[in-house]
Design a binder for this molecule. Sequence first.
Ligand SMILES: Nc1ncnc2c1ncn2[C@@H]1O[C@H](COP(=O)(O)OP(=O)(O)OP(=O)(O)O)[C@@H](O)[C@H]1O
Length: 364
Amino acid sequence: MVNQTIAELRNVTKRFGAVTAAEGLDLAIFQGEFLSFLGPSGCGKTTALRMLAGFEQASEGDVLIDGTVVNRVPPYQRPVNMVFQQYALFPHMDVARNVAYGLNQRRPRLARADIAAKVARALDMVRLPGFADRRIWEMSGGQQQRVALARAIVNEPKILLLDEPMAALDKKLRHDMQIELKSLQRELGITFVLVTHDQEEALSMSDRVCIMHRGRIAQIGTPEELYDQPQNRYVADFIGRSNFISARALGRDGERLVAEGPGGLRFVARAAEKTAGEGAVTLSLRPEEIRVAPDGVAAQGHEMQVMHRIFLGEHVEYHLRSKALDHLIAVVPRSTDIAEGTPGVGVTVRVSWRDGAALALAED
Ligand SMILES: Nc1ncnc2c1ncn2[C@@H]1O[C@H](COP(=O)(O)OP(=O)(O)OP(=O)(O)O)[C@@H](O)[C@H]1O
């Protein structure tokens, strides 16, 4: 299927006085996808969302929705709706009037019965049937969030913009809502654009994630692409965990790069696109790529000392040290750990990884 673009940022920069909140953003958002802006506080993700909504205007560049430049189109004339972190519900109105709010503003007016039918359908979609007459203050945080969602989807926007919509919920509820939000998006088939600083949230729900760093896009990709092929150290560090090892590239053979690490350790690494075939490189080695076996069980591999062993239930985390590598983290499934003889603190182990487990990154 060919991806159809529903919205676009073309070389968009946003300045607030001396602060550049977003710089040179280039991004196409596809019809029907779930896209997240992910990054730490202050990286510009909310600004990007607010420019799509029309609450902020780009200082430079163009914002397009449905093929039209909307730079000067006010929020209420854009085919988008936004769900805010604090929901922004009207506490003095009941649920139905909150949900119907946007519909009641339409001119020409909609028939009462049509409004009631649309509201009932939206409440069904967010799994709040029969809640129409409830007061907002009688509802839990999770229920209020669903009302906010219903109020946004009732207008049938082309794009639903969500600004940290789950920030106010506790962890368990947040997890349940993530699953619900994803299935709601699938059911509606409309484009969702989410802002979050929670990587698990972004990875679990999104078709694509746009990782932001200091106002710029660090990388856009599917969760798997970002995890397996980070283009730079920032992304490798931000998505999941990684051991970073300074090494020297000895040569490149297509996508494989041979590198020498500290203490003469040799690596056959995958190479990110921009990585040169020689000189200094940083290797990223995911903790779960590392095999840990007591000396004697494994005959091959780099000899290291177990400094800490942390039992995490399904997994066991090892903190290891050798002369060459002063800190390596390995995470092994519990069943593998048992099979390898559960090496304890102080034990000498041999660690190994398959060719291609490490990824060579260009120096940032
Ligand atoms: N209205 C404004 N006036 C001045 N500076 C602003 C304004 N809005 C945002 N900024 C600045 O722009 C930068 C990016 O802000 P933005 O809110 O987009 O970041 P964010 O990634 O969404 O962060 P957070 O997760 O904390 O909301 C920050 O340095 C912020 O202080």
